[in-house]
Every structure is written in structure tokens, then in C-alpha cells.
Design a protein around this ligand. Structure first.
Ligand code: BG6
Length: 388
């Protein structure tokens, strides 16, 4: 493990977590025109003839895929358009559903993941309007799409994405708002939703103060090899993103799961050796969540609760948790983005305590290289393994 030792004083991964408020503020500023008009670049988004759109198709890999899962809630709730979300590596499964009334949105930090590019091209071949949400511009994805929305996260040096992810989630929220506006949303409701979204950089800035407490939680989790992160509804993508970060950066086997599904099988794996992180807000807790938490207690499971501070502090699960981590109270559509911050820090501090290099997670390579290797492997007569 010696070659994985952190050699820089501040790894890019940590630096990029802390850059999120600025990245979000820059991204927000870029898309704000006079009179709260949303500016959308190359070409102006309206040129994609969004009035005719009857469904959205989101596709991406890894962390960007989790932003796509968040986008589904934003677009379905704000614009009332059904959304399909597909991992780009599964590209083509929803082929029959994509048509000229579909808005296909491919999301990528690098703009170079081959699977994401292929998904976008496939959607274009079915007549869909295509949009790229990218951080690196120009990139193969922006060149292939009819329109692009750029995140202004700045240069990303860490392989594992943090600031690009929160900026993607913000842009996808703005996209949901723009679609709602085009489809004649009530002006006052639209304005209120927009005002809430524009508070995001400040909320994330406050959320960063959770780091101190996270260092302590990381020291408690250091000796465990497995972990579950449970959540409900719109928080599930963050549970999955937290689990991905724990795998990549801290090399812990972690799974994100719907809390309501957890009793239907996964519970069999739970013991004092499987810590559980529950993401739950006071106003969303169901009686079955409490029953599950009592079961965890009976099995001596270490339980960590992530919730919000403020008026919702009366969280019924708090008394059953070994530790409670709070994030600033946020409008419910912004909760996911604010809640991912403690999970990013947790992955970092766990990895740091293990002496791992946060910027180059073990054995992982850039999305572009991965895609190239995959293509070579598929073309080779032996179909050689990616790891070899
Ligand atoms: C993977 C990385 O290879 O690519 C992930 O390990 C990343 O961290 C994913 O999220 C997708 O990358 P991109 O650039 O398409 O968002």
C-alpha cells in the first residue's frame, strides 16, 4: 500500500470538495440572464424546440449517472415530463422509447466517456434532440450534441468527481425549471422554485462545516469492510453516490439502498460488523423506518444518521443512532445536493486514515482510458479481461 500513500499536503479530492460553493456560484451566474431569464448556450436551448418534448432521456456513467438519477426528480416534478434514466453502459435498452419528441441529455464531467457518447449518438439516430451537460468543453460529447450546458466547476484533477457532480445537479435543476417555464408554469411558483435553487452555493458552504465531525466518524468506521447507506426517494441517488465514493476513495464495500426495501432481503446481512448510515429527514420518516432502526439496535449495528438541523431536529431516528450528522436545512429539492457533502468528506477521511491516495483510487483509470480498453477488449478475439 506504500505506493498509494498521500504525497501532497492537500489532495485535489479534498480541495475540490471545498471548492464546491464557488463552483456552484460560478455555474449559477453563467446561466442567469436579465429578468431571471435562463441563458442556455450553444445553441440557445430553445432552438432545440423544447415545446414538442414529451419525455426526457438521461444517460451517464459513475458519479454523473447519480446526477442523472437526481435529474429525474427535478424534471418530472418541475416540468411534469416523464424521464427515463439509463446507465450509459446499458445504452440501447430503452431504444424503443426514444423518438423525435425525446430530449436526450448526456451527462459527463470529462465529456469523454465513450459509453455516454454512444448513448447520445444512439438517441440522436432516433431523432431525439440532444443535449450534453459537461465540465470539459469542447469535448467529444459537446461536439456530438446539438446543444450543451457547461458546468463551471473549473479544472478537475481528482479522478473521483465531487464539484462537477454538484454543479451537474444544479444545471439539471435549472434545466427542469427552463422546461417548466416553456411549458407555461405558473410564474410565481416558478420564481419561488428558482429563488430556492439560487440559495444552493450558500447552503453548500454551510454544509462544509460538517467536516470536523466527520473526522471523528471516520475514525470509528476505519476497521469495517462493509457498509450500507439507506435513504428514501430523491435521497437514494446520494446514498448510491456515497457508496461509490466509499468504494473508490476509501476502498470499503458499500451499498446504497432504499430504506423501504432493506427489510426485503439485505437485512439478512446485517450485524455488528456492518455499520449503517441512514439519510432521513424528520418529515419523511415512516413507522417502518423506526422498526428497522430498532432491529439494528437489537443486532448491535453501529448506526449513523444524516439529517438536517433547524426546525426538523425532532428526528425520531436520532435517539437510536450512535452519531447524528447534520447538514443545513434546505428546500426539499436541494436536500440531496447538500447531503452528499458529509458522504464526500467521509470517503476522504476514511481513505486518509488508511493511507490511500484520494486522487488516484486504487486500480482506477480515467473514463476515457477505461472506455478505450473496453472497446479494445470487445474487439479482441479473446474478449480479454479489462483488469489484465
Ligand atoms: C469512471 C470514474 O471511470 O468515470 C468515475 O471512476 C466517473 O469516478 C465516471 O464518475 C464518469 O466520468 P465522466 O467524466 O463521464 O463524468
Amino acid at each position: 500500500m506504500a505506493d498509494n500513500k498521500v504525497i501532497r499536503e492537500t489532495p485535489f479530492f479534498l480541495k475540490e470538495i471545498n471548492e464546491q460553493p464557488k463552483a456552484l456560484a460560478n455555474t449559477l451566474a453563467q446561466y442567469l440572464g436579465p429578468n431571471l431569464q435562463l441563458k442556455m448556450n450553444r445553441p440557445p436551448l430553445d432552438d432545440l424546440n423544447l415545446k414538442k418534448i414529451t419525455k426526457a432521456y438521461f444517460t451517464a456513467c459513475g458519479t454523473s449517472y447519480h446526477a442523472a438519477l437526481t435529474a429525474r426528480y427535478m424534471v418530472e416534478e418541475l416540468a411534469r415530463i416523464p424521464a427515463i434514466v439509463e446507465p450509459a453502459s446499458e445504452c440501447g435498452r430503452h431504444y424503443q422509447l426514444i423518438d423525435e419528441n425525446t430530449l436526450a441529455v448526456a451527462i459527463s464531467q470529462s465529456g469523454r466517456s465513450r459509453e455516454t457518447l454512444t448513448s447520445l449518438q444512439l438517441a440522436a439516430s432516433k431523432g431525439a434532440s440532444t443535449l450534453a451537460v459537461v465540465n470539459e468543453c469542447p469535448s467529444p460529447l459537446t461536439l456530438a450534441a446539438q446543444g450543451s450546458l457547461t458546468t463551471l466547476a473549473g479544472r478537475v484533477n481528482s479522478l473521483s468527481s465531487t464539484k462537477a457532480f454538484t454543479c451537474q445537479s444544479l444545471i439539471l435543476g435549472l434545466l427542469g425549471l427552463r422546461l417548466a417555464q416553456i411549458r407555461g408554469a405558473d410564474r410565481e411558483q416558478w420564481r419561488q422554485a428558482f429563488d430556492k435553487l439560487s440559495r444552493l452555493p450558500e447552503l453548500v458552504r454551510h454544509a462544509l462545516s460538517v467536516e470536523e465531525k466527520i473526522e471523528n466518524v471516520a475514525s470509528k468506521l476505519i476497521n469495517y469492510s462493509h457498509c450500507f447507506i439507506l435513504a428514501r426517494g430523491r435521497m437514494l441517488p446520494m446514498a448510491c453516490e456515497g457508496a461509490l465514493k466509499l468504494k473508490e476513495v476509501a476502498r470499503i464495500h458499500a451499498e446504497g439502498s432504499f430504506i423501504g426495501e432493506f427489510g426485503h432481503g439485505p437485512l439478512a446481512l446485517v450485524s455488528s460488523q456492518t455499520p449503517i448510515i441512514v439519510i432521513a429527514f424528520a418529515d419523511e420518516i415512516e413507522p417502518t423506518d423506526l422498526a428497522l432502526a430498532f432491529e439494528f439496535k437489537a443486532r448491535n449495528v453501529p448506526v449513523f444518521l444524516i439529517t438536517e438541523n433547524g426546525p426538523n431536529q425532532e428526528n425520531a431516528l436520532a435517539a437510536l443512532a450512535d452519531e447524528v450528522l447534520t447538514v443545513p436545512a434546505a428546500p426539499f429539492r436541494l436536500r440531496p445536493i447538500v447531503t452528499v457533502i458529509p458522504l464526500q468528506f467521509l470517503a476522504y477521511h476514511l481513505g486518509r486514515l488508511k493511507g490511500l491516495d484520494a486522487d488516484r483510487p486504487g486500480g482506477l483509470i480515467s473514463p476515457e482510458t477505461y472506455s478505450d480498453l473496453k472497446a479494445q477488449s470487445l474487439n479482441s478475439p479473446t474478449g480479454s479481461n479489462l483488469q489484465s
